[in-house]
Design a protein around this ligand. Structure first.
Ligand code: CA
Length: 528
């Protein structure tokens, strides 16, 4: 693996904000291999996607809480995109945007309750029509049956970490094992024996991990046992200066994270009344085999006993919950990283590495204790940012980074461009292939649009906004409240400066821009 010069956690945001909009920069310093192999005319595409994997938990993005050696390998052999932003930071909408190249209002999936209309053209169906053999394995989460795939085997809804059921075109099958391992096994089985080897392939290998509730796999249970995970500086945020929305949410580690469901601490007294998702945790754990359950229980038994004896309160309790949360989240991430290593090794062994584009991304970011939170949804940086690492031998300049402001609307146009297939003109995104080559595409956007409209879940107020290289404006139409951040001087977004006269011009400019972008991309879910 190449040595990397990585910006520190927190500083990364400042660097990214400063660099946003500039051309692709080379990193690390030193020799950068020039493309050598001739790229395949119709390359295979292996798209590995996870669920809720924040860039702050990827060492190629400067994580200070974990290492991800296989994603780092992909980064060293490909291009890391430092400024990729989702248009709507929840699972189903981001997935619909990745497929269609369109923001939520245009593809019809604005929240996790919407059903994806699989009749609309999308990445897989267009590639299938162009002669690609296509497969989807793992998390789907778009409610309708997948279209455009020659083969699909997907988790129902969120799926289960252990002994997962998979929906197929011929019915439901239960698979033995841990979901990340099983998904990888099924992907490799398809690559080895089921695909049409005469045609290029699109394989979307989409992991459930590291989605809540964070149940680690058997191979990762022993990780981080004695570690102390660094806390983010905003773990005890008081939401001062922000809109009333920030304080009104229900996604705090302190008040809204459940001991049994979220943190593997069963009630000491079985007769005690359980609340929230704790109520159904016992029944969901019942699907585990005796061996799987024993391994989980053994991992946490001593810690749980010490926790109960300590009777922690206040900030001490929050700190304990943060540690347990992060260790299980990072164990789930390590399983995904292992999967990537297995897939890269398979490509090497099959002699397909040079002919295959490999993409790693996740549907949106996540709060790893920033602002005291878990979950996503907000336009703030930790959930707005998506990881995007692309390896394409002969095209992508190995070991470089791109600061281009990208969105998940760009994924489909990029992969269609790479395959030599014209993207439908009504896609909102554009091809990042020039950026892979180290070039700045002509007339590239200078800002990105965001719109979140789900109501009720975690009590996050619907909002929309615009982010450019330095500033971010957020509107909460239902509250008639606004936030404005200078990301260069305030990368943690702690000082709302909407009413600051010094930023009056910025506020006016971005307010106009938000109206323009909302007219271009937005729906009517967030009223004026
Ligand atoms: Ca997600």
């Amino acid at each position: 693996m190449r040595a990397s010069i990585l910006p520190a956690f927190g500083l990364l945001l400042a660097c990214a904000a400063t660099d946003g909009g500039s051309s692709t920069s080379t990193q690390p310093a030193g020799e950068v291999p020039e493309p050598s192999a001739q790229p395949a005319a119709r390359p295979n595409i292996l798209f590995v996607f996870s669920d809720d994997h924040a860039t702050a938990a990827i060492s190629a993005y400067g994580s200070r809480v974990n290492r991800t050696p296989n994603i780092d390998r992909l980064a060293a052999e490909g291009v890391v995109f430092d400024n990729v932003f989702c248009g709507n930071a929840i699972c189903a909408p981001s997935r619909a945007t990745v497929l269609t190249g369109k923001h939520s209002a245009a593809n019809g999936v604005a929240d996790n309750g919407d059903v994806f209309d699989g009749a609309q053209p999308h990445l897989a169906s267009i590639l299938q029509d162009a002669g690609y053999t296509t497969a989807l394995i793992g998390k789907w989460h778009l409610k309708s049956d997948p279209t455009g795939f020659d083969h699909w085997e997907v988790l129902p809804g969120q799926g289960s970490y252990y002994e997962p059921d998979f929906l197929t075109s011929v019915g439901k099958l239960r698979r033995h094992g841990y979901v990340t391992d099983v998904t990888t096994d099924l992907a490799i089985e398809w690559l080895e024996g089921q695909r049409d080897a005469d045609e290029p392939f699109l394989l979307m290998c989409q992991h459930k991990a590291p989605h809540r509730p964070w149940l680690p796999g058997p191979n990762q249970l022993g990780m981080y046992a004695d570690a102390e995970v660094p806390e983010p500086p905003t773990l005890f945020d008081d939401y001062a200066t922000r809109s009333s929305a920030a304080a009104a949410q229900e996604m705090e580690i302190d008040r809204h994270m459940y001991l049994f469901y979220d943190l593997c601490v069963p009630p000491a007294d079985a007769s005690v009344e359980l609340h929230g998702p704790d109520r159904w945790t016992a029944s969901s754990l019942a699907r585990l085999t005796g061996e799987q359950r024993a391994a989980l229980d053994a991992t946490f038994a001593a810690e749980n006993a010490a926790f109960r004896a300590a009777e922690l309160e206040g900030r001490d309790l929050v700190r304990w919950k943060y540690q347990r949360y992060m260790k299980n989240y990072l164990r789930c991430v390590a399983g995904v990283d292992d999967s990537i290593g297995r897939l890269l090794d398979w490509l090497d062994d099959a002699g397909l590495a040079d002919d295959t584009i490999v993409v790693y991304s996740s549907d949106q970011g996540f709060y790893l204790g920033e602002h005291g939170w878990y979950d996503k949804r907000w336009m703030y940086e930790p959930s707005l940012r998506m990881p995007l690492v692309v390896r394409w031998p002969g095209v992508a300049r190995a070991g470089t980074r791109s600061a281009l402001p990208a969105q998940n609307t760009d994924f489909a146009p990029t992969l269609l461009d790479a395959a030599g297939v014209a993207a439908p003109p009504d896609m909102h995104g554009a091809s990042l292939v020039p950026a892979l080559r180290g070039e700045t595409p002509a007339d590239w956007r200078e800002d990105v649009y965001y719109e979140y409209s789900e109501v009720g879940i975690h009590a996050v107020e619907p909002h929309r906004g615009v982010r450019d290289a330095r500033y971010k404006l957020i509107e909460f139409p239902g509250l008639a409240e606004w936030e404005l951040y200078d990301l260069e001087t305030d990368p943690e977004e702690l000082r709302n400066r909407y009413d600051d006269p010094e930023l009056a011009e910025v506020r006016a400019r971005l307010s106009t821009r938000l109206r323009e972008l909302a007219a271009l991309y937005g729906g009517e879910a967030v009223p004026e």
